[in-house]
Design a protein around this ligand. Structure first.
Ligand SMILES: *Cc1c(COP(=O)(O)O)cnc(C)c1O
Length: 416
């Protein structure tokens, strides 16, 4: 596929009226859902300019979530690296511990305005499910979270949290009849999507990332954009009016990356870096680095880049960070990469673990393993760049969820 230059201002042109970002995106789901998705697009198009909708969203972000989240200069790490200066946008300080609540709150408010009484979603390790159940509780909506049967067993504390928050947790993919380690995110997505198809009159699908058919990737980007808007303003304040030279984020579907990138996409001097999980190696099945190793295909109702088997089915992927285990990327990330606007880097599990320990000891921040990918790359980049340059990283979530696992498996790296 030949790439074409991006139109400006970027946000006015993408997605187009059919939900495409260049050659990616669109609506490749069963036609029976089309009227519901079209109605959702229309509803949001009017609500996004509604002062009541905007002010309620602002208020909830401030009071429930704790926004604006801080911009934090990583002084100790920057001093040790002696290269470019590193700044982190602290999305880990959101209520529930990650950026995901930004779009969960948006979806909940949207549901309320379009008279839907229930939010339905899939979740992998349960982080998205907990954020969504929180937003549903706050707005008095029902919540139904579909989770792979194996994940339900592995992530008992997140299942407990969701139930406490009033959500119904549906286990998908009974493990007895599966020998392939299924009962994971794929089964959860299929099951949640089926439930939505059956209940679309009364429910809203609150997807976990900037993925799926139009308008979901666009809605998620819209609600996540607050991250970049805040960070840009905070950065200009702290730096005396200079923009960062580099903006870095980890990518699975692309919600935290787009939240940050969209505020800088028209600034040609700002280099955008998407960091993908290289897992244990670049061999098939050992990583989840979609932009690096995938090819064009259709996944979850959208045309995008997908890691595929020879028969075009999605291939198995892995990463130490469960939130990055996804064989695709959202269509907008595929588009920005295809257009040459974002650079791609990869980080291994091993580098992630070292960064996890380093951030804790050196900065006093226990970061999510997902976010450690972005930080590991930011540190690498800082070493190569002069101290006059500045790097802004999206620290997408906190790592409390990862502490037990890391200490059990890598505790010997703690030193004495
Ligand atoms: C889910 C998650 C991610 C990855 O998802 P994106 O949609 O690509 O942002 C990254 N970091 C954290 C902390 C997450 O929970």
């Amino acid at each position: 596929m030949a790439s074409t230059p991006l139109k400006r201002p970027y946000l006015d042109h993408y997605p187009d009226a059919s939900g495409y970002y260049g050659p990616f995106g669109g609506n490749h789901y069963p036609p029976s859902l089309r009227p519901h998705l079209d109605a959702l697009t229309e509803a949001y198009n009017s609500l996004r300019h509604d002062p009541n909708f905007i002010s309620t969203l602002h208020e909830v972000r401030k009071t429930l979530q704790g926004r604006p989240t801080p911009l934090h200069y990583l002084a100790n790490t920057s001093a040790q690296v002696k290269g470019a200066q590193i700044y982190a946008k602290r999305e880990d300080l959101n209520h529930t511990g990650a950026h995901k609540i930004n779009h969960c709150v948006g979806f909940a408010l949207l549901a309320l305005h379009i008279h839907k009484s229930k939010l339905i979603a899939e979740t992998g390790a349960g982080q998205h499910g907990v954020a969504l159940a929180t937003a549903a509780a706050y707005f008095g909506l029902e919540c139904e979270v579909h989770m792979g049967a194996i994940d339900v067993q592995k992530q008992a504390s997140n299942v407990g949290r969701m139930r406490l928050l009033g959500a119904k947790v549906v286990a998908a993919g009974a493990k007895e009849d599966r020998a392939d380690g299924a009962g994971n995110l794929k089964d959860a997505s299929d099951s949640a999507f089926q439930a939505y198809t059956a209940q679309a009159e009364t429910s809203l699908y609150a997807i976990g990332s900037a993925i799926g058919p139009h308008p979901f990737p666009w809605l998620v980007r819209e609600f996540q954009a607050t991250v970049g808007v805040e960070a840009r303003e905070q950065f200009l304040d702290m730096s005396g009016g200079v923009l960062p030279d580099h903006v870095v984020a980890c990518v699975a579907g692309g919600s935290n990356a787009l939240g940050m990138f969209t505020a800088f996409v028209d600034d040609e001097d700002v280099t955008l870096h998407a960091v993908e999980p290289l897992g244990t190696s670049s061999n098939a099945g050992q990583h989840a680095a979609t932009l690096s190793f995938g090819r064009p295909g259709t996944l979850h109702g959208a045309q995008s880049i997908v890691i595929q088997n020879e028969d075009d089915s999605p291939a198995p992927v892995r990463s130490i960070a469960s939130g990055l285990v996804y064989p695709g990327v959202g269509p907008e990330i595929a588009h920005l990469h295809h257009a040459g606007r974002i650079k791609v880097a990869t980080i291994t599990d091993d580098e992630v673990i070292n960064t996890f320990f380093r951030m804790a000891k050196q900065e006093g921040i226990i970061v999510a393993l997902e976010s450690a990918h972005a930080l590991a790359y930011a540190i690498k980049l800082a070493k190569e760049r002069p101290s006059t340059e500045k790097i802004l990283v999206n620290l997408s979530g906190r790592g409390d969820k990862d502490v037990d696992y890391v200490l059990e498996k890598y505790g010997d790296r703690l030193g004495r």
